[in-house]
Design a protein around this ligand. Structure first.
Ligand code: NAP
Length: 313
């Protein structure tokens, strides 16, 4: 029987692991096949305190991981495939094992969204991507398109200027959702231009992307637009599939929590983007990871005291 199982290994899961390990709870972290969370797919992180020069996302996550392991967290790169929170102990299954636990911290994060247009899936990895860090270098001196108007889109566009000869941001409205500093940086970059009020309706290409079908929503025109790469940066979907029917979810699919830590199931705690529709920052995720581990520790202490008292003759 595990005392704490942590599902997820982004900033929330690994911060929970650091705190739980330092509290001698010997946590088991089911890190996922693609461990490390969204920061593994990002470039330079400039707003994580303690790194005045900035740090690359994957480097930051390796440090989180080393820190958790230093205090004894056991980290396995496997996915949790189902859970049963209907009784005690709590059950968490992976493809090869079933684990039982007194407490579970859910820190499964949120995943990048796709456009769901024709050609997009077929051309994934052949010009269509949601990860500039992973795929940007394939498009040296090419014309790159980024879709989206938020901070992610600006960050991707700025990063991609290192490779592309030109980067075009296509956004469905005229105003950007991105923070002013990111928007200003993108707008003033000589390699970046914008196409407003426009959506991508198709990714076109045989073996590789070579064009997009664009729809200008204001002028109601549809036209083909040459592009070598399409990076989609339109937000995220919470990774809560395995908790359907087990935990209360809000209408957008995020885990419901009255206080950002507890859930409707006793002993199950939540941390990070899987409960955060608003901030989605590494630092906020890390903060809730800390809170979830401290609350799990308190809960365990009370639970184990109660059980010990029951055994006193
Ligand atoms: P976001 O803020 O939700 O922005 C998503 C963008 O994609 C919006 O501009 C949205 O358009 C557009 N969009 C959504 N669905 C679309 C569709 N089907 N077709 C076309 N466009 C679509 O998501 P995000 O940029 O990933 O940012 C999420 C959070 O992380 C934010 O709080 C952000 O500040 C934070 N973040 C911060 C940094 C940083 O500070 N360095 C970097 C990345 C992310 P509308 O504007 O019309 O809704």
């Amino acid at each position: 029987m595990e005392r704490v199982i942590i599902i997820g290994s982004g900033p929330a899961g690994l911060t929970a692991a650091v705190y739980a390990a330092r509290a001698n709870l010997n946590p088991l972290v089911l890190a996922g096949g693609l461990y490390g969370g969204q920061l593994m797919l990002t470039t330079e992180v400039e707003n994580y305190p303690g790194f005045p020069e900035g740090i690359m996302g994957p480097d930051l996550m390796m440090r989180f991981r080393e820190q958790a392991e230093r205090f004894g967290a056991r980290i396995e790169n496997v996915d949790a495939t189902s859970v049963d929170f209907s009784g005690t102990p709590l059950l968490v299954r992976t493809p090869d094992d079933e684990f039982s636990a007194k407490t579970v911290i859910v820190a499964t994060g949120a995943s990048a969204r796709w456009l769901d247009v024709p050609g997009e899936e077929r051309l994934r990895g052949r010009g269509v991507s949601t990860c500039a860090t992973c795929d940007g270098a394939f498009f040296r001196d090419k014309h790159i398109v980024v879709v989206g108007g938020g901070d992610s889109a600006m960050e991707e566009a700025l990063f991609l200027t290192r490779f592309g000869r030109r980067v075009t941001v296509i956004h469905r409205r005229e105003g950007l959702r991105a923070s002013k500093i990111m928007a200003d940086r993108a707008r003033s970059h000589e390699k970046i231009d914008f196409i407003w009020n426009t959506v991508v309706e198709e990714a076109i290409g045989d073996t590789h992307l070579h064009a997009l079908r664009l729809h200008n929503l204001r002028e109601e025109t549809v036209y083909e637009y040459e592009a070598d790469a399409l990076f989609i940066a339109i937000g995220h979907t919470p990774n809560t599939g395995i908790f359907n029917g087990q935990l209360d979810l809000d209408p957008a699919g995020y885990i419901d929590s009255p206080d950002g830590v507890t859930t409707n199931v006793e002993g199950v705690f939540v941390a990070g983007d899987v409960n955060d529709i608003r901030y989605k920052q590494a630092i906020t995720a890390a903060g809730t990871g800390c809170r979830a581990a401290m609350d799990a520790e308190k809960y365990l202490e009370a639970l184990e005291f109660r059980v010990a008292m029951e055994q006193v003759p």
